[in-house]
Design a binder for this molecule. Structure first.
Ligand code: PLP
Length: 401
């Protein structure tokens, strides 16, 4: 029998975050007391006004196909959002709506990558970027953003990574998995490099835009470097900001020729995202926004709690991130130590496995995000759970000899 898996899919790894979640679920099923800190979704519920808009859409009979890349009403809401929050001017013919930010990103890569085309992916990266590039037939070029540089891509490193085959640079601010966010000056410095390479497009994944803490001022690259507007795709969505992960609505604004190609991909694959979810997203973007700041304050308190408790764990060093709901602590100080059962901690994957076995805390090891020795914690859960989880991590770290 010929091989079932396609050569394109054979280049792709299964999602490490999903694997960690599945392992934690399996231990729970066996009766273990497990705290899962792997999932990347807000624990808050979708606000009631958004749910009501979806119910009203069903009752009005808005249950048919819509335009492939989004209802005119949703595109208009997205146009207004980009103008209001990001100072970006798009026409409705420059907007793409798809089933989640994930689908938006995938459609853009499938629409533009030819075999051998390269995509610069700064690490630590969201697990899906390199594999989506591979699936779309391109070549990810991973460039490390070191902890000393706030896990951010330096202009010199960007310059060194660009080749004649570079098609895209993917930026993600605030970042999954580190929570790092780029300041306007840092974005301008990257834009300065890109100005010298007019063949490189920029995809900015702004999914965590509204989860920003302290006095950090959020900006996106097309806003601070308008000279890049004609080659920037600004990706966003309602999943994280409005606690709507299950509704599957993402969107992007960009140059019309690119948006036309993305519509061509969607037209032969998914067609439109759920009509009902689209009406819910119209309400999310046009309705009251004040709960976002309130929830942001709750996330900020959780960040402070987790950063402080992890920095009290022996051998763990936890940077204080600007945004999102993740921290990315280093376990450098634990490498080479041994658990009471005799396992030597030789890297972040062994650390994560031993932590899960000893204390029932599920985290994702840093190698999955392209930079070791670290691990990622999602703190989108209650203070009580976070306190318990961090106490267990402290106890585990103290037990290593
Ligand atoms: C950085 C980043 N981009 C995109 C997504 C995908 O969002 P969606 O659920 O809208 O597909 C996620 C979800 O985890 C993410 O962390």
């Amino acid at each position: 029998m010929s091989q079932l898996q396609s050569s394109a899919l054979a280049r792709v790894k299964p999602s490490a975050t999903l694997a960690a979640t599945a392992k934690a679920r399996e231990l729970k099923r066996q009766g273990r007391d497990v705290i899962g800190l792997g999932a990347g979704e807000p624990d808050f519920d979708t606000p009631d006004n958004i749910k009501a808009a979806a119910i009203a859409a069903i009752q009005r009979g808005e249950t048919k196909y819509t335009d492939v890349d989004g209802l005119p009403e949703l595109k208009a809401a997205v146009v207004a959002k980009f103008a209001r929050e990001n100072g970006l001017t798009y026409g409705t013919d420059q907007i793409h709506v798809a089933p989640g930010g994930k689908a938006v990103i995938y459609n853009s890569l499938v629409a533009t990558l030819s075999p051998g085309d390269e995509v610069i992916v700064p690490a630590p990266y969201w697990v899906s970027y390199p594999d989506m590039v591979l699936l779309a037939g391109g070549e990810p070029r991973v460039v490390i953003g070191h902890e000393a540089d706030g896990f951010k891509l330096k202009p010199e490193a960007l310059e060194a990574a660009i080749t004649p085959r570079t098609k895209w640079l993917i930026l993600n601010s605030p970042s999954n998995p580190t929570g790092a966010a780029y300041s306007a000056d840092e974005l301008k410095a990257l834009a300065g490099v890109l100005a010298r390479h007019p063949h490189v497009w920029v995809m900015t994944d702004d999914m965590y835009e509204h989860l920003i803490y302290g006095d950090f001022e959020y900006t996106t690259i097309a806003q601070v470097a308008p000279e890049l507007y004609d080659r920037t795709l600004t990706v966003n969505g309602v999943s994280k900001a409005y606690a709507m992960t299950g509704w599957r609505i993402g969107y992007a604004g960009g140059p019309k020729p690119l948006i036309d190609l993305m519509r061509k991909v969607a037209g032969q694959t998914t067609s439109n995202p759920s009509s009902i979810s689209q009406w819910a997203a119209v309400e999310a973007l046009n309705g009251p926004q004040d709960f976002i700041a309130e929830r942001g304050r709750a996330f900020e308190r959780r960040r402070d709690l987790v950063v402080s408790m992890l920095n009290q764990a022996t051998g763990v060093r936890c940077p204080n991130p600007e945004g999102a709901f993740y921290v990315y602590p280093s376990v450098e100080g634990l490498i080479g130590k041994t658990t009471p059962e005799g396992t030597v901690i030789d890297g972040d994957e062994t650390f994560a496995t031993a932590l899960l076995e000893a204390e029932g805390v599920a985290v994702v090891h840093g190698a999955a995000f392209g930079l070791s020795p670290y691990f990622r914690i999602s703190y989108a859960t209650s203070n009580e759970v976070l306190e318990e989880a961090c106490s267990r991590i402290q106890r585990f770290a103290a037990s290593l000899k």
